[in-house]
Design a protein around this ligand. Structure first.
Ligand SMILES: *Cc1c(COP(=O)(O)O)cnc(C)c1O
Length: 373
């Protein structure tokens, strides 16, 4: 016997209704449990092609360079920024929560001239505000977050994107929490670069970050004056592997790609619109149930995300304690508030497999119990 005396894991079953990771369908877990093939095996290469094709459909894009970066959503963020930003570039970042802030921090590390359009946490970035910032600053790059997971706010990209297109700026969009949950239209919105993640509304475990670059983004990379300040995220090297040349770059995480393939297949089998509707229906049920419990939303309903609901903690209740009880007694995870919202809100995620009536009902019943206790 090993002197470490460590027992095999007995992994608890949770109902994940927080800000991600989300519930994963059994068929995805089954595929991920298979033995890996080689990352250059012809079987794997054809699987890569199917993933690319399915991702284009889910992103609603015809961008050839659409593939999953190996790493979580933040890796996709880094991929977009290291390739498209050069020192001194004027980059306008919309900030209304944690993830806009993260984009700005990363752009600063890359030596960009970062300008921010900041609105309070819990508000959305609106067209008149963006128009003013674009006119004043004339940025080379604009980066926005579609679904701000830290606050449950949706920035109205359908209204913001025409302004960015008119300004001629390169448009980077974080679709980590939106993709697969609410409408995302990469080509219609004129998005040049986007990154997402597998563990939110795509419904696979964390580990991959689907990204897409427009032909214009690829051209900007090819005209850089400075070297891409990364090896792992160099899009030209990655194109060598994910494009048709199949040149080894790094060992693709095969099993995560098995899982993503199945997750995308399930999304397209369900249909994008049906899936968006399912997320919306789950939200409607949650909204009704929360109001019956006397709970209020933190976010205004015209800009509220169906897949991530920020709910005010009732006066005098201990946020962390009640959340802990939900986990310990009912096996349900919801998320805390972050930054200025710590202790003030809960974040209830209705993502992927969690966006179902039975999950919402289970949460509501359990929440009622812990609120009474
Ligand atoms: C979760 C999230 C990220 C970061 O993704 P990780 O997978 O945690 O690295 C980025 N942006 C948004 C909007 C997110 O919700």
């Amino acid at each position: 016997m090993s002197r470490f005396n460590i027992s095999p894991l007995k992994i608890p079953k949770r109902l994940l209704m927080g800000p991600g990771p989300s519930m994963v369908a059994d068929s995805i877990l089954e595929k991920m449990g298979a033995a890996p093939v080689g990352h250059l095996d012809p079987y794997f290469l054809s699987l890569m092609e199917e993933i690319k094709r399915m991702l284009r459909e889910v992103f609603q894009t015809s961008n050839e360079f659409t593939f999953p970066v190996s790493g979580t959503g933040s890796a996709g963020m880094e991929f977009c920024l290291v390739n498209l930003i050069e020192p001194q570039d004027k980059v306008l970042v919309g900030i209304n929560g944690l993830f806009g802030r993260r984009i700005a921090d990363l752009a600063l590390k890359l030596g960009a001239n970062v300008q921010t359009l900041e609105v309070p946490w819990g508000e959305s970035i609106e067209a008149d505000q963006l128009k003013k910032a674009l006119d004043e600053l004339q940025p080379k790059v604009v980066a926005l977050v579609h679904a701000e997971t830290s606050t449950g706010i949706r920035n109205p990209i359908e209204e913001l994107s025409p302004l960015i297109c008119q300004s001629g700026a390169l448009f980077i969009l974080d679709t980590v929490t939106s993709l697969g949950g609410i409408p995302v239209f990469i080509d219609r919105w004129g998005v040049d670069a986007t990154f997402s993640a597998t563990q939110k509304c795509i419904g696979a475990p964390p580990g991959l970050s689907p990204v897409s670059f427009s032909p214009r983004a690829m051209e900007i990379v090819s005209k850089r004056k400075t070297k891409i300040p990364s090896w792992y995220f160099d899009c030209l090297l990655l194109h060598g592997y994910w494009g048709m040349d199949r040149i080894y770059h790094h060992t693709a995480p095969t099993n995560n790609n098995y899982g993503l393939h199945e997750a995308l297949r399930l999304i397209l089998e369900e249909g994008l619109e049906n899936r968006w509707q399912r997320h919306h229906n789950a939200y409607c049920r949650l909204k009704k149930g929360l109001s019956e419990l006397g709970l209020e939303f933190f976010t205004p309903d015209n800009r509220r995300l169906s897949q991530l609901n920020a709910v005010k903690v009732p006066e005098g209740k201990d946020e962390a304690l009640l959340r802990q009880k939900l986990l310990d007694q009912y096996g349900i995870e919801i998320g805390p508030g972050l930054g200025p919202l710590k202790g003030k809100i809960w974040r209830i995620g209705l993502m992927a497999e969690g966006a179902r009536e039975e999950c919402v009902d289970k949460l509501l019943v359990s929440l009622e119990e812990v609120l009474k206790s």
